[in-house]
Write a protein that binds this ligand. Structure first.
Ligand code: FES
Length: 109
């Protein structure tokens, strides 16, 4: 499916802003085949960083198999529950992620 075909099914969702300065917009598609390769977004904004998100990001980068892109993202809108991670295109959220739980998350997807 090409981008032209997919463009009609894509919607933009604003992730709620909860105290962080940068709201996050995600392109969410009803047709999952329109989305690219799997990604795991790992929030690197202030609150999540204070909770150890940089170590979580490193753990994902070291553990992810080829084909899964690991992205250090801006605020994902769930600041009190960080470190936060979002698996795309499934749109599965993980809160309070620790380096020791990264392997379990990767095995699930
Ligand atoms: S700082 Fe807002 S979700 Fe991480």
């Amino acid at each position: 499916m090409d981008a032209t075909t997919c463009s009609n099914s894509i919607s933009v969702a604003k992730i709620r802003k909860t105290g962080c300065s940068i709201p996050v917009f995600l392109m969410l598609s009803k047709d999952k085949s329109c989305l690219g390769s799997p990604q795991i977004l790992v929030c690197q904004n202030r609150t999540c960083r204070k909770a150890g998100a940089n170590k979580v990001l490193k753990a994902f980068e070291q553990s992810a198999p080829q084909g899964i892109e690991i992205v250090g993202s801006g605020c994902l809108g769930h600041c009190g529950s960080g470190p936060m991670a979002l698996v795309l295109p499934e749109e599965v959220w993980y809160d309070h992620v620790q380096p020791g739980t990264v392997g379990d998350i990767i095995r699930r997807h």
